[in-house]
Write a protein that binds this ligand. Structure first.
Ligand code: UGY
Ligand code: MN
Length: 240
């Protein structure tokens, strides 16, 4: 539908709000009966890539360019002996090459980042299920915002991927400004996201990139909890 050139999407120096009405689909090399919506990439200022893969029944795609995090949004995908359904995920180390296949239409969130070595061994692949990750309150004593760490919280990992769930009316306790950049996919509900000096209505299906030091704050609105999947780079010294 034509909206006379209006969209909630907005691309600024330090952030991107990418809403579904502006998504453009194109296959990436190695994709068969599948296509990608690239939300974040070095071309727009990010130091990682995040894209949503949409697979038809029988579709497949390849990974193996960098460490890779996969989170199933819809359907079921197969990766070797593993079958992943919605809420299930995999973290794959930088040298892990594989083809991911779907028997029925499926959607997968993919995050890739060049791995920055630390003085610790590179971890082996991890397969997990968000529903079995225990929630932790963001702030002690406040049960209105829960965080689930999908990756182990240790220095082998140079990034974190979490889900955050806000009860309606809950809000981040501060405007955050930090060196880590974020890729965020709104999974459920919605609210108001402050990014830089802009305040945006956001809802399930939206993607947000926040550059390093982008001022950020979120307040959940509506009748259902707001939940997002959020990536950040961390655990490494700021000097390259
Ligand atoms: O982990 C974080 O920095 C998180 N609290 N940021 C955010 O939700 N925008
Ligand atoms: Mn943050």
């Amino acid at each position: 539908m034509q909206h006379l050139g209006h969209t909630r999407s907005s691309y600024q120096r330090d952030h991107l709000l990418h809403t579904p009405d502006t998504f453009v689909r194109a296959p990436l090399p190695g994709m068969l009966n599948a296509t990608a919506i690239v939300h974040a990439a070095p071309a727009m200022g990010a130091r990682f890539t995040q894209y949503t893969v949409e697979l038809d029944g029988g579709g497949s795609f390849e990974i193996g360019r960098a460490q890779c995090f996969l989170y199933v949004l819809d359907g079921v995908v197969e990766l070797g002996d593993h079958k992943l359904s919605p809420g299930q995920y995999a973290w794959l180390p930088p040298d892990y090459c594989a083809r991911i296949q779907a028997e029925a239409p499926s959607r997968v969130a993919v995050i890739e980042k060049a791995y920055t070595p630390g003085n610790v061994p590179v971890p082996a692949a991890i397969f997990g299920d968000e529903s079995s990750v225990p929630p932790k309150p963001l702030s002690a004593g406040d049960d209105t915002i829960d965080v689930r760490n999908l990756l182990p919280d240790d220095f082998r990992f140079d990034c974190a991927v979490n889900t955050m769930t806000y009860l309606p009316g809950a809000a981040l306790p501060m405007v955050e400004i930090h060196i880590m950049e974020h890729g965020l996919l709104m999974l459920e509900g919605g609210g108001i996201y402050r990014l830089g000096d802009h305040w945006y209505p956001t809802q399930a299906g939206d993607f947000i990139w926040m550059a390093s030091y982008c001022p950020q704050w979120f307040g959940a609105l509506g009748k259902v909890p707001a939940k997002y999947l959020i990536y950040k780079d961390w655990n490494r010294h700021p000097l390259p």
